[in-house]
Design a protein around this ligand. Sequence first.
Ligand code: ATP
Ligand code: MG
Length: 171
Amino acid sequence: TRGLLVGRMQPVHKGHIEVIKRILEDVDEVIIGIGSAQLSHTLRDPFTAGERVMMLTKALSENGISPSHYYIIPIQDVECNSIWIAHVKMLTPPFKHVYSGNSLVQRLFIEGGYEVTSPPPFNRESYSGTEVRRRMLADEDWESLVPKCVVKVIEEIDGVNRLKHLSKKEM
Ligand code: ATP
Ligand code: MG
């Protein structure tokens, strides 16, 4: 059996890895959809789909999760929520189970006849993309919220400076 998890993963954090491990207790293969794949270089979506694929691949490997157990698939947004499920289906291997804490994602898949599960929260106050990005801008400890190899990727692409630069007002 296969399960789907969709997230923007801006950036990949330890909560994503915990959820993926939890999903792999239920299903043989997890399809990880990288949402809003077309977005990058904004305060809410700083990293490209390619950068996020790199973060996720390395983090899964670091956690001993074999490539035979997952697919990583970038998924661009579509204008119409009502056709989003068909768009996701077009891009992914077949799946029956969907895991999401996001109410829009839940609603669309429920209406599409899928079995939808809300993953249990793992340290949700800190293991959150919003919190990681906030800490990056505030020069607080964000590194402890993401896997070690994700820290390395963000350093390689100068990610914190990218975010800080984007947050500056025009002069
Ligand atoms: P942002 O604050 O930018 O939305 P996020 O932490 O919600 O970031 P997403 O990529 O949006 O990260 O997460 C995708 C999905 O992964 C969420 O809808 C949720 O179902 C699940 N998830 C993410 N972090 C956790 C966590 N700490 N515990 C449980 N589920 C999580
Ligand atoms: Mg989210």
